[in-house]
Design a protein around this ligand. Structure first.
Ligand code: NAP
Length: 288
């Protein structure tokens, strides 16, 4: 047996990031800019409430003002658009975040398009997604951005590496694949129709799982010395949170591994704040 993987401490790294952002936030305030994030939640989703609580707490730590709009589950598309437009026009609001999921009668893509792309701190607006694909300065969605920060912080260079990503969602898999490509990795994306997944994951120098299935990634799927990033958040019967990776056995073969909880999750929220400060800075400069 080789030596155990280095554990990438997302909790610690997120704390460090928030401390840095707090200083940046202070500097903005000294210039008369008070960064403010507006969050919209439609309906009453218990998981979303927990996420919002955590986002609010992180905002307070950094000194970003946080304002919440809780809309009823009967909200119409027009009502949602009207609120978004109001926030777009409000010069005191720098970031707008629409918490998903939203009720079925609403079209989330239409809502994302309604957000001013300069305030789109989640990076879901087609303008920002397009800019990411073109390799231009943009708002990178928070989870992929957090993963990229982890690579940077731990000195993991992606250039020429085989990166395999499990999952192709618009919020994680797809933008993450683009980020890795922009760092000159050779990227393979797997999804529910992929055949012989195990053969593909075994070629990975860096394996990232964003599927949402506990214990999906087992030791036999991982090459010796691979970097393993676990984006998954799953709850078992006792309500305990686990990732997609069979952590105990995979850490015996990996060179680096992220735990769940305490890995990618905290970094996601830290990068949201990073994006709010970026939006505040750019809006103040009038940059597009
Ligand atoms: P999602 O929209 O449900 O997408 C899941 C992806 O996994 C899809 O592309 C799906 O393929 C693929 N998939 C499902 N079963 C598979 C299988 N057996 N083999 C291969 N691929 C399979 O999920 P998401 O929003 O991207 O989130 C993924 C996970 O990350 C969830 O556990 C979520 O809670 C977690 N998450 C964590 C954070 C964080 O901050 N840590 C942030 C966001 C999400 P198809 O496209 O073919 O259906």
């Amino acid at each position: 047996m080789g030596k155990m993987a280095v554990v990438i401490n997302g909790k610690e790294l997120a704390k460090k990031t928030r401390e840095k952002l707090k200083i940046e936030c202070e500097e903005l305030k000294n210039r008369g800019i008070y960064p403010q994030l507006a969050v919209i939640m439609v309906g009453d989703n218990p998981a979303s409430k927990v996420y919002l609580k955590n986002k609010n707490k992180a905002c307070q730590e950094v000194g970003v003002q946080y304002i919440e709009y809780l809309l009823s589950k009967e909200t119409t598309q027009q009502e949602l658009t009207t609120l978004i437009q109001k926030l777009n026009q409000d010069p005191l609001i720098h970031g707008i975040l629409l918490q998903s999921p939203i009720p079925d009668q609403l079209d989330i893509n239409q809502a994302f398009r309604a957000i001013d792309y300069r305030k789109d701190v989640d990076g879901f607006h087609p303008m920002n997604v397009g800019r990411l694909v073109l390799g231009q300065n943009t708002f990178i969605s928070c989870t992929p951005y957090g993963v990229m920060r982890m690579f940077e912080e731990y000195g993991i260079d992606l250039c020429g590496k085989n990166v395999v990503i499990l999952g192709r969602s618009n919020i994680v898999g797809k933008p993450l694949s683009q980020c890795c490509l922009n760092k000159n990795a050779t990227v393979t994306i797997c999804h529910s129709k992929t055949r012989n997944i195990e053969e593909i994951t075994k070629t990975a120098d860096v394996l990232i799982s964003a599927i949402g299935k506990a214990h999906f990634v087992t030791k036999n799927m991982v090459k010796e010395g691979a970097v393993v990033i676990d984006v998954g958040i799953n709850r078992n019967e006792e309500g305990k949170i686990t990732g997609d990776v069979d952590y105990e056995e995979v850490k015996e073969v990996a060179s680096y591994i992220t735990p769940v909880p305490g890995g990618v999750g905290p970094m996601t929220i830290a990068m949201l704040l990073r994006n709010v400060l970026k939006a505040a800075t750019y809006l103040a400069k009038g940059e597009e």
